[in-house]
Design a protein around this ligand. Structure first.
Ligand SMILES: Nc1ncnc2c1ncn2[C@@H]1O[C@H](COP(=O)(O)OP(=O)(O)O)[C@@H](O)[C@H]1O
Ligand SMILES: [Mg+2]
Length: 235
């Protein structure tokens, strides 16, 4: 028998550092709380996240991080909770494993072109990576595998958080995870559209994904002596 409660689900935000995952996760947390359906927000890339603390940037550690976040998500979702996870989670197979386990899984690809990520680069991580001063940066010298079947793609260079949230809430109505009444509470009184959500706009194809591998000056080099690995920084 299906053990799942029927009302819980996980919104999994994946994307390169600086794409806007934390921003969207926090806003989602606020909206769900305001609508009377508090959500558990877990930011896997935050230093205060106990589940992922101490893990580094090797493939193994990144996948362990995803597995742990997925494990806790599954337990919460099973009991009807809404869970929002922000996690760089660069490897497709690890995310797909969580999807299979949780089942009620809404994958959000938070995407922006490399140009935008470089302009944002709050901690100078990409700048250092491109100068070969930092290694194991996802999307530069380490892979970032964009989702093949994300429920929603958000291009944060083109779309404000509010608009992205509106589309996501519509998707949740289409998937029957959120009722039209809840949609109204989440969106400040709007009514959901009937029928399936519109397909993504033309030209809103994955951006970082394309820009990720062939960044100028960024070679898929092995960590060399004297170079710092982006350890501890999963962002
Ligand atoms: N939709 C957006 N439009 C414009 N700027 C954004 C958007 N989302 C995030 N940002 C900005 O980009 C930077 C990185 O966002 P953050 O949420 O920390 O990314 P991540 O968690 O994916 O590393 C922040 O300065 C944030 O204000
Ligand atoms: Mg973040």
């Amino acid at each position: 028998m299906d053990q799942q409660h029927g009302t819980g689900f996980v919104i999994w935000l994946t994307g390169m550092a600086g794409a806007g995952k934390t921003t969207l996760a926090n806003q989602l947390g606020k909206r769900f709380a305001g609508a009377g359906r508090p959500a558990e927000v877990m930011d896997g890339d935050a230093v205060n996240e106990l589940l992922t603390r101490g893990l580094g940037v090797t493939k193994e550690d990144r996948d362990t991080s995803v597995r742990r976040l997925g494990y806790v998500s599954r337990m919460l979702v099973r009991h009807g909770a809404i869970v929002v996870v922000a996690s760089l989670s660069p490897f497709r197979e690890a995310r797909e494993a969580v999807r299979r386990e949780v089942r009620r899984f809404v994958e959000v690809f938070v995407d922006a072109p490399m140009e935008t990520l470089l302009a944002r680069d709050t901690e100078g991580m990409y700048r250092k990576a491109l100068a070969h001063e930092l290694t194991n940066v996802a999307g530069i010298d380490d892979p970032y595998e964009p989702p093949a079947h994300a429920e929603i793609v958000v291009r944060t260079d083109l779309e404000k958080p509010d608009a992205a949230l509106g589309r996501l809430f519509q998707k949740l109505v289409d998937m029957k995870y959120v009722t039209p009444a809840e949609f109204a509470l989440l969106t400040g009184g709007q009514r959901p559209r009937k029928g399936a959500a519109k397909p993504p706009k033309k030209g809103a194809a994955p951006a970082a994904a394309k820009g990720a591998a062939p960044v100028k000056g960024a070679k898929a080099s092995k960590p060399a002596k004297g170079k710092r690995a982006a350890k501890g920084k999963r962002g």
